[in-house]
Write a protein that binds this ligand. Sequence first.
Ligand SMILES: Nc1ncnc2c1ncn2[C@@H]1O[C@H](COP(=O)(O)OP(=O)(O)OP(=O)(O)O)[C@@H](O)[C@H]1O
Length: 236
Amino acid sequence: MTALTIDALTVAFGRFTALDAVSLAVDPGEVRAVIGPNGAGKTTLLDVISGITKPVSGRVMLGDRIDLTKRSEAEIAKAGVRRKFQKPSVFPALTVRENLEIGCGPALPARERPARIASVLGEIGLGPRAAVPAGRLAHGEKQWLEIGMVLAAEPALLLLDEPVAGLSDAETAQTAALIRSLRRPDRAILVIEHDMGFVEAIADRVTVLHEGRTLYEGSMAGARHDARVIEVFLGR
Ligand SMILES: Nc1ncnc2c1ncn2[C@@H]1O[C@H](COP(=O)(O)OP(=O)(O)OP(=O)(O)O)[C@@H](O)[C@H]1O
């Protein structure tokens, strides 16, 4: 079984085709990066997976059974898909712990919350900062907290939208280590990112989009040697 199967996905905005019959499959436990030049269709792809944009045609299957193109944003979240948007949107007046409480969602029974929050604090490395208001965190720490907020819901599919944009080199390296440590057989991670060094550090495979089409799928090392990828993207 694949964690996510995108099959011949086509998205149009008026007469403009933003995604043109894109297909890809992400395995359970995989970290997949989607890369490509500006306007390639990366954000549109995440918007379709998370239910913000509906396609003209094609399917987006979560596991074997759920076609996300037929579901609302709320139903998609309930099915186990969580997205971290590019800009951190933590609640600045609430502590790190209180933000994670919110990330757990209303369905998690109160008795299970402390263990879930402790586990997420460990994963994101913010245990010592648990009582600090989120507004006082450094930019990198805010990004990790927001990753923690989506992790607290125990997603089957985690979507990360440029998680190292604006981070220092040290924070980027720490974020790469964090994402690698999040790999679990029951969790797939799809990342959009422009920082190629970061992509190389985290991704099992990359999908290169260009003008709404899949140009390459495979290892990042392979992408670096692919003539078409070099021409449209890496070589620039
Ligand atoms: N709501 C919209 N209406 C019209 N065109 C849109 C809309 N959303 C995206 N587009 C167009 O679709 C194309 C793909 O955009 P998208 O944002 O998915 O690219 P991207 O790969 O995420 O780019 P970037 O790296 O700059 O974020 C672009 O040409 C963009 O202008």
